[in-house]
Design a protein around this ligand. Structure first.
Ligand code: NDP
Length: 341
Protein backbone atom coordinates (compact mmCIF):
# COMPACT_ATOMS: atom_id res chain seq x y z
CA UNK A 1 0.00 0.00 0.00
CA UNK A 2 1.45 3.40 -1.00
CA UNK A 3 1.70 5.96 1.81
CA UNK A 4 -1.02 8.17 0.41
CA UNK A 5 -3.47 5.50 -0.73
CA UNK A 6 -5.73 3.00 0.98
CA UNK A 7 -6.71 -0.21 -0.78
CA UNK A 8 -10.45 -0.81 -0.74
CA UNK A 9 -12.31 -3.88 -1.96
CA UNK A 10 -15.03 -3.33 -4.55
CA UNK A 11 -17.62 -4.04 -1.84
CA UNK A 12 -16.10 -1.35 0.37
CA UNK A 13 -16.16 1.12 -2.52
CA UNK A 14 -19.82 0.32 -3.20
CA UNK A 15 -20.67 0.71 0.48
CA UNK A 16 -18.79 4.00 0.73
CA UNK A 17 -20.64 5.39 -2.29
CA UNK A 18 -24.02 4.07 -1.13
CA UNK A 19 -23.65 5.40 2.40
CA UNK A 20 -22.51 8.80 1.19
CA UNK A 21 -25.32 9.15 -1.34
CA UNK A 22 -28.01 7.97 1.07
CA UNK A 23 -26.70 10.27 3.82
CA UNK A 24 -27.09 13.19 1.47
CA UNK A 25 -30.57 12.75 0.03
CA UNK A 26 -30.62 9.81 -2.40
CA UNK A 27 -33.21 7.07 -2.00
CA UNK A 28 -32.12 3.42 -2.21
CA UNK A 29 -32.84 2.99 -5.92
CA UNK A 30 -31.03 6.12 -7.08
CA UNK A 31 -28.13 5.58 -4.67
CA UNK A 32 -27.68 1.96 -5.81
CA UNK A 33 -27.57 2.92 -9.49
CA UNK A 34 -24.97 5.65 -8.95
CA UNK A 35 -22.95 3.51 -6.50
CA UNK A 36 -22.82 0.72 -9.09
CA UNK A 37 -21.51 3.14 -11.71
CA UNK A 38 -18.88 4.50 -9.30
CA UNK A 39 -17.82 1.01 -8.19
CA UNK A 40 -17.48 -0.36 -11.71
CA UNK A 41 -15.55 2.78 -12.73
CA UNK A 42 -13.06 2.13 -9.92
CA UNK A 43 -13.01 -1.58 -10.80
CA UNK A 44 -11.97 -0.78 -14.38
CA UNK A 45 -9.44 1.93 -13.52
CA UNK A 46 -11.69 4.77 -14.74
CA UNK A 47 -10.71 6.69 -11.62
CA UNK A 48 -11.54 10.10 -13.07
CA UNK A 49 -15.21 8.98 -13.04
CA UNK A 50 -15.25 6.91 -9.86
CA UNK A 51 -15.13 8.02 -6.22
CA UNK A 52 -13.53 11.26 -7.40
CA UNK A 53 -17.02 12.30 -8.61
CA UNK A 54 -18.86 11.54 -5.38
CA UNK A 55 -18.50 15.04 -3.87
CA UNK A 56 -20.02 16.47 -7.07
CA UNK A 57 -23.02 14.12 -6.86
CA UNK A 58 -23.44 15.12 -3.20
CA UNK A 59 -23.20 18.84 -4.02
CA UNK A 60 -26.04 18.51 -6.53
CA UNK A 61 -28.19 16.61 -4.04
CA UNK A 62 -27.55 19.24 -1.37
CA UNK A 63 -28.24 22.19 -3.66
CA UNK A 64 -31.48 20.57 -4.84
CA UNK A 65 -30.36 20.62 -8.48
CA UNK A 66 -30.57 16.84 -8.81
CA UNK A 67 -33.51 14.76 -7.60
CA UNK A 68 -32.31 11.95 -5.31
CA UNK A 69 -35.74 10.34 -5.44
CA UNK A 70 -36.14 10.49 -9.22
CA UNK A 71 -38.57 8.06 -10.85
CA UNK A 72 -37.59 7.75 -14.51
CA UNK A 73 -40.47 7.24 -16.93
CA UNK A 74 -39.97 5.20 -20.10
CA UNK A 75 -42.09 5.58 -23.22
CA UNK A 76 -41.93 4.44 -26.87
CA UNK A 77 -43.17 7.35 -29.01
CA UNK A 78 -42.18 5.43 -32.19
CA UNK A 79 -41.24 1.74 -32.60
CA UNK A 80 -37.53 2.59 -32.81
CA UNK A 81 -37.45 5.43 -30.27
CA UNK A 82 -37.22 4.98 -26.50
CA UNK A 83 -37.75 8.17 -24.54
CA UNK A 84 -36.58 8.20 -20.93
CA UNK A 85 -37.56 11.22 -18.85
CA UNK A 86 -35.19 10.95 -15.92
CA UNK A 87 -37.14 13.21 -13.57
CA UNK A 88 -34.01 15.36 -12.93
CA UNK A 89 -32.17 12.44 -11.37
CA UNK A 90 -28.66 11.12 -12.02
CA UNK A 91 -28.23 9.33 -15.33
CA UNK A 92 -27.42 5.76 -14.15
CA UNK A 93 -30.98 4.96 -12.99
CA UNK A 94 -32.60 6.33 -16.16
CA UNK A 95 -30.19 4.39 -18.37
CA UNK A 96 -30.98 1.14 -16.59
CA UNK A 97 -34.72 1.93 -16.63
CA UNK A 98 -34.78 2.25 -20.43
CA UNK A 99 -32.23 -0.39 -21.38
CA UNK A 100 -34.49 -3.43 -21.88
CA UNK A 101 -36.90 -1.36 -23.98
CA UNK A 102 -33.96 -0.16 -26.13
CA UNK A 103 -32.71 -3.72 -26.62
CA UNK A 104 -36.19 -4.87 -27.56
CA UNK A 105 -36.63 -1.97 -30.01
CA UNK A 106 -33.23 -2.59 -31.66
CA UNK A 107 -33.92 -6.30 -32.05
CA UNK A 108 -37.38 -5.79 -33.51
CA UNK A 109 -36.58 -2.76 -35.69
CA UNK A 110 -32.93 -3.49 -36.49
CA UNK A 111 -31.94 -0.08 -35.10
CA UNK A 112 -33.25 2.08 -32.25
CA UNK A 113 -32.16 4.92 -30.03
CA UNK A 114 -32.75 6.06 -26.49
CA UNK A 115 -33.25 9.76 -25.78
CA UNK A 116 -32.45 10.39 -22.11
CA UNK A 117 -33.73 13.82 -21.01
CA UNK A 118 -34.00 15.82 -17.79
CA UNK A 119 -30.96 14.01 -16.53
CA UNK A 120 -27.62 14.71 -14.82
CA UNK A 121 -24.66 12.77 -16.28
CA UNK A 122 -21.33 12.57 -14.42
CA UNK A 123 -19.80 9.26 -15.52
CA UNK A 124 -17.91 7.42 -18.23
CA UNK A 125 -19.97 6.24 -21.21
CA UNK A 126 -18.74 2.66 -21.54
CA UNK A 127 -21.28 1.82 -18.83
CA UNK A 128 -23.95 2.51 -21.45
CA UNK A 129 -22.54 0.64 -24.45
CA UNK A 130 -21.14 -2.50 -22.81
CA UNK A 131 -24.49 -4.00 -21.71
CA UNK A 132 -25.91 -3.39 -25.19
CA UNK A 133 -22.96 -5.27 -26.69
CA UNK A 134 -23.56 -8.05 -24.16
CA UNK A 135 -27.05 -8.28 -25.68
CA UNK A 136 -25.47 -8.81 -29.12
CA UNK A 137 -25.91 -5.24 -30.38
CA UNK A 138 -23.54 -2.65 -31.77
CA UNK A 139 -23.85 0.51 -29.66
CA UNK A 140 -23.01 4.19 -29.65
CA UNK A 141 -23.55 6.81 -26.94
CA UNK A 142 -22.79 10.50 -26.53
CA UNK A 143 -23.62 13.26 -24.09
CA UNK A 144 -23.05 16.98 -23.64
CA UNK A 145 -22.75 18.87 -20.35
CA UNK A 146 -21.25 22.33 -19.64
CA UNK A 147 -19.11 24.49 -21.92
CA UNK A 148 -15.37 24.09 -21.45
CA UNK A 149 -14.00 23.55 -24.97
CA UNK A 150 -13.44 26.06 -27.78
CA UNK A 151 -14.42 25.04 -31.32
CA UNK A 152 -11.39 24.71 -33.64
CA UNK A 153 -9.99 28.17 -34.34
CA UNK A 154 -11.77 29.73 -31.34
CA UNK A 155 -10.61 30.74 -27.86
CA UNK A 156 -13.92 30.78 -26.00
CA UNK A 157 -15.82 27.91 -24.35
CA UNK A 158 -18.77 26.63 -26.34
CA UNK A 159 -18.74 22.84 -26.47
CA UNK A 160 -18.35 20.54 -23.49
CA UNK A 161 -15.78 17.74 -23.57
CA UNK A 162 -18.59 15.86 -25.34
CA UNK A 163 -17.64 12.19 -24.93
CA UNK A 164 -18.49 9.48 -27.45
CA UNK A 165 -18.46 5.73 -26.89
CA UNK A 166 -18.79 2.93 -29.40
CA UNK A 167 -19.06 -0.78 -28.73
CA UNK A 168 -18.96 -3.93 -30.85
CA UNK A 169 -19.65 -7.44 -29.48
CA UNK A 170 -16.99 -10.13 -29.66
CA UNK A 171 -17.21 -13.90 -29.73
CA UNK A 172 -16.74 -15.27 -26.18
CA UNK A 173 -14.86 -12.12 -25.15
CA UNK A 174 -15.76 -8.74 -23.72
CA UNK A 175 -16.74 -6.26 -26.44
CA UNK A 176 -14.45 -3.84 -28.21
CA UNK A 177 -15.33 -0.47 -26.67
CA UNK A 178 -13.81 2.90 -27.19
CA UNK A 179 -14.95 5.71 -24.94
CA UNK A 180 -13.35 9.11 -25.20
CA UNK A 181 -13.78 12.80 -24.72
CA UNK A 182 -13.73 14.82 -27.94
CA UNK A 183 -11.54 17.29 -26.08
CA UNK A 184 -7.82 16.59 -26.26
CA UNK A 185 -8.14 15.54 -22.59
CA UNK A 186 -11.17 14.65 -20.47
CA UNK A 187 -11.77 17.41 -17.90
CA UNK A 188 -11.56 14.84 -15.10
CA UNK A 189 -8.03 13.98 -16.25
CA UNK A 190 -7.03 17.67 -16.17
CA UNK A 191 -8.52 17.95 -12.67
CA UNK A 192 -6.52 14.91 -11.57
CA UNK A 193 -3.35 16.45 -13.05
CA UNK A 194 -4.07 19.68 -11.12
CA UNK A 195 -4.68 17.70 -7.92
CA UNK A 196 -1.49 15.68 -8.35
CA UNK A 197 0.67 18.62 -9.52
CA UNK A 198 1.42 17.28 -13.04
CA UNK A 199 1.70 19.19 -16.32
CA UNK A 200 -0.69 18.29 -19.14
CA UNK A 201 0.46 17.87 -22.77
CA UNK A 202 0.60 20.90 -25.03
CA UNK A 203 -2.62 21.09 -27.04
CA UNK A 204 -4.85 20.26 -24.05
CA UNK A 205 -5.89 23.88 -23.62
CA UNK A 206 -5.26 27.62 -23.53
CA UNK A 207 -4.79 29.93 -20.53
CA UNK A 208 -7.02 32.90 -19.73
CA UNK A 209 -5.10 35.01 -22.28
CA UNK A 210 -5.65 32.48 -25.06
CA UNK A 211 -2.07 31.19 -25.00
CA UNK A 212 -1.18 27.47 -25.15
CA UNK A 213 -0.27 26.13 -21.69
CA UNK A 214 0.72 22.89 -19.96
CA UNK A 215 -0.47 24.13 -16.56
CA UNK A 216 -3.75 22.32 -15.71
CA UNK A 217 -4.74 25.09 -13.27
CA UNK A 218 -4.37 27.74 -15.98
CA UNK A 219 -6.78 25.76 -18.18
CA UNK A 220 -9.27 25.13 -15.39
CA UNK A 221 -9.15 28.69 -13.94
CA UNK A 222 -10.29 31.02 -16.69
CA UNK A 223 -8.70 29.12 -19.57
CA UNK A 224 -10.30 26.85 -22.13
CA UNK A 225 -9.85 23.26 -23.31
CA UNK A 226 -9.24 22.37 -26.95
CA UNK A 227 -10.77 19.61 -29.11
CA UNK A 228 -8.54 16.67 -30.08
CA UNK A 229 -7.23 16.71 -33.63
CA UNK A 230 -8.14 20.33 -34.40
CA UNK A 231 -11.11 20.76 -36.73
CA UNK A 232 -11.73 16.99 -36.89
CA UNK A 233 -12.37 16.59 -33.16
CA UNK A 234 -14.27 19.87 -33.24
CA UNK A 235 -16.63 18.45 -35.88
CA UNK A 236 -17.30 15.37 -33.76
CA UNK A 237 -17.97 17.61 -30.74
CA UNK A 238 -20.44 19.55 -32.89
CA UNK A 239 -22.16 16.29 -33.82
CA UNK A 240 -22.49 15.42 -30.13
CA UNK A 241 -24.15 18.78 -29.39
CA UNK A 242 -26.64 18.10 -32.19
CA UNK A 243 -27.42 14.48 -31.21
CA UNK A 244 -27.46 14.86 -27.42
CA UNK A 245 -29.21 18.23 -27.37
CA UNK A 246 -30.85 19.43 -30.60
CA UNK A 247 -32.17 16.01 -31.67
CA UNK A 248 -33.71 15.15 -28.30
CA UNK A 249 -34.87 18.58 -27.19
CA UNK A 250 -32.24 19.04 -24.49
CA UNK A 251 -29.74 21.78 -23.70
CA UNK A 252 -26.60 22.60 -25.68
CA UNK A 253 -23.51 22.82 -23.47
CA UNK A 254 -23.59 26.61 -23.44
CA UNK A 255 -27.28 26.58 -22.50
CA UNK A 256 -26.61 24.08 -19.71
CA UNK A 257 -23.83 26.37 -18.44
CA UNK A 258 -26.13 29.38 -18.37
CA UNK A 259 -28.83 27.45 -16.49
CA UNK A 260 -26.51 25.60 -14.08
CA UNK A 261 -26.24 26.64 -10.41
CA UNK A 262 -22.46 25.93 -10.45
CA UNK A 263 -22.61 23.67 -7.40
CA UNK A 264 -19.78 21.52 -8.80
CA UNK A 265 -22.06 18.63 -9.74
CA UNK A 266 -23.39 17.57 -13.14
CA UNK A 267 -25.54 20.05 -15.06
CA UNK A 268 -28.90 19.06 -16.51
CA UNK A 269 -28.58 17.68 -20.01
CA UNK A 270 -29.38 14.85 -22.37
CA UNK A 271 -27.84 11.68 -23.71
CA UNK A 272 -28.25 9.89 -27.04
CA UNK A 273 -27.81 6.10 -27.06
CA UNK A 274 -28.00 4.13 -30.32
CA UNK A 275 -28.30 0.34 -30.66
CA UNK A 276 -28.05 -1.62 -33.92
CA UNK A 277 -28.56 -5.32 -34.57
CA UNK A 278 -25.82 -6.32 -37.07
CA UNK A 279 -27.58 -9.58 -37.95
CA UNK A 280 -30.29 -7.57 -39.74
CA UNK A 281 -27.91 -6.61 -42.52
CA UNK A 282 -24.88 -8.88 -42.15
CA UNK A 283 -26.77 -12.08 -41.44
CA UNK A 284 -25.31 -14.98 -39.48
CA UNK A 285 -21.55 -15.02 -39.25
CA UNK A 286 -21.09 -11.30 -38.57
CA UNK A 287 -19.34 -11.99 -35.27
CA UNK A 288 -16.80 -14.26 -36.91
CA UNK A 289 -16.26 -11.76 -39.72
CA UNK A 290 -15.31 -8.97 -37.30
CA UNK A 291 -13.09 -11.37 -35.33
CA UNK A 292 -11.02 -11.62 -38.52
CA UNK A 293 -10.35 -7.87 -38.40
CA UNK A 294 -9.52 -7.92 -34.70
CA UNK A 295 -7.17 -10.85 -35.29
CA UNK A 296 -5.28 -8.89 -37.96
CA UNK A 297 -4.96 -5.93 -35.61
CA UNK A 298 -3.76 -8.00 -32.67
CA UNK A 299 -1.19 -9.77 -34.84
CA UNK A 300 0.65 -6.45 -35.19
CA UNK A 301 3.26 -5.52 -32.61
CA UNK A 302 2.18 -2.62 -30.43
CA UNK A 303 -1.52 -2.85 -31.25
CA UNK A 304 -4.24 -3.52 -28.70
CA UNK A 305 -8.00 -3.22 -28.82
CA UNK A 306 -9.73 -0.33 -27.05
CA UNK A 307 -11.30 -1.54 -23.83
CA UNK A 308 -8.60 -4.11 -23.08
CA UNK A 309 -6.85 -1.90 -20.50
CA UNK A 310 -10.11 -1.70 -18.55
CA UNK A 311 -10.74 -5.43 -18.80
CA UNK A 312 -7.22 -6.05 -17.49
CA UNK A 313 -7.86 -3.75 -14.53
CA UNK A 314 -11.22 -5.45 -13.98
CA UNK A 315 -9.63 -8.88 -13.69
CA UNK A 316 -7.09 -7.59 -11.15
CA UNK A 317 -9.30 -5.38 -8.99
CA UNK A 318 -11.85 -8.13 -8.27
CA UNK A 319 -9.13 -9.86 -6.19
CA UNK A 320 -6.75 -7.08 -5.25
CA UNK A 321 -9.13 -4.19 -4.64
CA UNK A 322 -8.36 -0.64 -5.71
CA UNK A 323 -5.84 1.83 -4.27
CA UNK A 324 -7.81 4.98 -3.51
CA UNK A 325 -6.16 8.27 -2.43
CA UNK A 326 -6.45 8.51 1.37
CA UNK A 327 -7.39 12.17 1.04
CA UNK A 328 -10.42 11.23 -1.08
CA UNK A 329 -11.57 8.70 1.51
CA UNK A 330 -11.21 11.33 4.26
CA UNK A 331 -13.37 13.68 2.23
CA UNK A 332 -16.07 11.01 1.84
CA UNK A 333 -15.88 10.06 5.52
CA UNK A 334 -16.71 13.68 6.32
CA UNK A 335 -19.65 13.62 3.92
CA UNK A 336 -21.08 10.32 5.09
CA UNK A 337 -19.66 9.41 8.50
CA UNK A 338 -18.54 6.19 6.73
CA UNK A 339 -15.51 4.53 8.28
CA UNK A 340 -13.18 2.26 6.35
CA UNK A 341 -12.99 -1.12 8.16
P1 NDP B 1 -8.70 8.00 -23.04
O1 NDP B 1 -7.99 8.94 -23.94
O2 NDP B 1 -8.02 7.55 -21.82
O3 NDP B 1 -9.13 6.69 -23.84
C1 NDP B 1 -9.97 6.79 -24.95
C2 NDP B 1 -10.23 5.43 -25.53
O4 NDP B 1 -9.07 5.01 -26.27
C3 NDP B 1 -10.51 4.35 -24.51
O5 NDP B 1 -11.56 3.55 -24.96
C4 NDP B 1 -9.20 3.57 -24.44
O6 NDP B 1 -9.37 2.20 -24.12
C5 NDP B 1 -8.69 3.71 -25.85
N1 NDP B 1 -7.24 3.63 -25.93
C6 NDP B 1 -6.34 4.33 -25.22
N2 NDP B 1 -5.09 3.99 -25.58
C7 NDP B 1 -5.21 3.04 -26.54
C8 NDP B 1 -4.29 2.27 -27.31
N3 NDP B 1 -2.97 2.42 -27.16
N4 NDP B 1 -4.77 1.38 -28.19
C9 NDP B 1 -6.11 1.21 -28.36
N5 NDP B 1 -7.03 1.90 -27.65
C10 NDP B 1 -6.59 2.80 -26.76
O7 NDP B 1 -10.15 8.61 -22.63
P2 NDP B 1 -10.52 10.12 -22.32
O8 NDP B 1 -9.52 10.65 -21.37
O9 NDP B 1 -10.79 10.86 -23.57
O10 NDP B 1 -11.92 9.93 -21.57
C11 NDP B 1 -11.93 9.34 -20.29
C12 NDP B 1 -13.35 9.13 -19.83
O11 NDP B 1 -13.99 10.34 -19.54
C13 NDP B 1 -14.27 8.40 -20.82
O12 NDP B 1 -14.76 7.27 -20.15
C14 NDP B 1 -15.39 9.38 -21.07
O13 NDP B 1 -16.68 8.80 -21.22
C15 NDP B 1 -15.37 10.22 -19.82
N6 NDP B 1 -15.98 11.53 -20.02
C16 NDP B 1 -17.23 11.75 -19.52
C17 NDP B 1 -17.84 12.97 -19.68
C18 NDP B 1 -19.23 13.22 -19.21
O14 NDP B 1 -19.78 14.26 -19.48
N7 NDP B 1 -19.86 12.35 -18.52
C19 NDP B 1 -17.14 14.08 -20.37
C20 NDP B 1 -15.87 13.70 -20.92
C21 NDP B 1 -15.30 12.48 -20.73
P3 NDP B 1 -9.00 1.66 -22.64
O15 NDP B 1 -10.09 2.15 -21.75
O16 NDP B 1 -8.93 0.19 -22.77
O17 NDP B 1 -7.66 2.28 -22.31
Amino acid sequence: MAADTITLSLDQIRELALTTLKANGCNDENASAVAETITTAERDGSSSHGLFRLPGYVASLKSGKANGSAKPSVSRPKPAVVLVDNDYGFAPLGIVAGRDELIDAARSQGIAFMALVNSHHFAALWHEVEPLCDAGLCAFACTAHTASVAPAGGKKKLFSTNPVAFGWPRKDQPPVVFDMATAAMARGEIMLAARDGHDVPLGAGLDANGNPTQDPNAILDGGVQLPFGGYKGSAIALMVELLAAALIGERFSYEATEADNKDGGPARGGEFILAIDPSTTAGEGWLGHSEGLFGKMLAMDGVRLPGDRRYGNRAKSQHQGVAVPAELIEKHNALSKWTCQ
